[in-house]
Ligand binder design. Structure first.
Ligand code: CP3
Length: 348
């Protein structure tokens, strides 16, 4: 709220204060590129068993912090725990991704519960409390949820698809039924994020991974408006809540998203055009991003150039250094170390 000189670097950036060395973390930083994650994952049973075992979820949340000393930890969970709490069947097939019972007709949409049983997500809140207790006070703890549009794309199709055609079709053919699904997700996401704040999360990220498949009118209705309602609902209870939006692929629609939603920062993907982002986005809110995850796989000079480009493009304003999307499993750990050294050694 007010300028606080003892704010830790990550939260200072979310308050609009540029840092000489940008705080850094990586989307999907707990994951399969880490041998210590694969080891815990192998003994956890299913992916959801791992998400819902507080000690194990806390452990894998902390692993990348111990190894890389990142400025933020993101709680280990998934955006699809909300459909799970809405009593939809959710499974993760190894090597294939999520599988849910499809919700692709107005009749099925009518059967959707209005209120999630958030007690089913108590293990996530317990994991947050465990992580906060174990974490260095200088490290920020991030909670998250999926944006209603992105969660709905998986609920409608029952799985990931290349362009989320099933949800787009349903939104055109049955806008009222689709709006009912979105409304349920908005209300329950507000409660879920508020409970994460109570459990120790200090910042929140709303992942709208599939925002970029929507034309402008649909983007306004299904990405911007539900996100705006979530931000408003949270700030009604926690006025100074710090919220990062990630409408992946929003491109030229990003300024409208920033203006309407009231987020404190936006995470941008690697296709962003720097002058446009600086003028239209970073002039209003902090920017998070946006190294191409493939440059991180490639390493070497290509990685150094890509890191330098992010710093040169956005380092003169409030910046959280991150990737433009999640780190991929085949990424060499040495490349993450190289990126960190370059960001922390060079900026400033
Ligand atoms: O960032 C982190 O380290 C925190 C944990 C986190 C996961 N998923 C763990 C995970 C976060 C923030 C997510 C978000 C998420 N989940 C998104 C939005 C961000 C994005 O990356 O686009 C989406 C769309 C999902 C849904 C989801 N979960 C898919 C499509 C898949 C399968 C694809 C894949 O990468 O395997 C998952 C599974 C998943 N979620 C894994 C992890 C570490 C891999 C499963 C495993 O380890 O067995």
């Amino acid at each position: 709220m007010t300028q606080n000189p003892v704010l830790k670097p990550f939260l200072a950036v979310l308050s609009g204060q540029k840092q000489a060395v940008p705080p850094i973390w990586m989307m999907r930083q707990a994951g399969r590129y880490l041998p210590e994650y694969r080891e815990v994952r192998a003994r956890a049973g299913s992916f959801l068993d791992l998400c819902f075992s507080p000690e194990l979820a806390a452990e894998v949340t902390l692993q990348p912090i111990r190894r890389f000393n990142f400025d933020a930890a993101i709680i280990f969970s998934d955006i699809l725990v909300i459909p799970h709490a809405l009593e939809r069947e959710v499974r993760f097939e190894v090597g294939e991704g999520p599988r849910l019972e499809p919700l692709d007709t107005p009749e099925k949409a009518r059967s959707l519960a209005k209120r999630a049983d958030l007690n089913r997500l108590e293990p996530v809140f317990e994991a947050l409390r465990l992580v906060r207790r174990a974490l260095d006070p200088k490290v920020t703890l991030i909670g998250f949820c999926g944006a209603p549009w992105t969660v709905a794309t998986y609920m409608v199709a029952g799985q990931g698809t290349p362009d989320q055609a099933p949800a787009r079709l349903m939104a055109y053919r049955h806008p009222d039924a689709f709006a009912d699904i979105i409304d349920v997700l908005v209300e329950n996401s507000i409660e879920y994020l508020l409970r994460q704040l109570q459990a120790g999360a200090e910042a929140l990220q709303i992942f709208d991974t599939w925002a970029g498949v929507l034309p402008p009118r649909e983007f306004a209705r299904w990405s911007i408006e539900p996100t705006r309602r979530i931000v408003e609902g949270i700030r009604k209870k926690v006025p100074d809540a710090k919220i990062i939006g990630f409408p992946r692929g929003a491109g030229a629609l990003l300024p409208a998203y920033v203006e309407a939603t009231g987020v404190n920062a936006v995470s941008i993907d690697w296709t962003a055009e720097p002058a446009f982002i600086r003028d239209q986005v970073q002039s209003r809110v902090a920017v998070q991003g946006n190294l191409d995850p493939l440059a991180l796989i490639a390493g070497g000079d290509a990685l150094d150039r890509a890191v330098d480009d992010v710093l040169a493009s956005y380092g003169s304003g409030p910046l959280i250094f991150n990737l433009g999307h999640g780190i991929q499993p085949e990424t060499p750990i040495a490349h993450v170390e190289r990126m960190l050294k370059r960001v922390r050694g060079k900026a400033g």
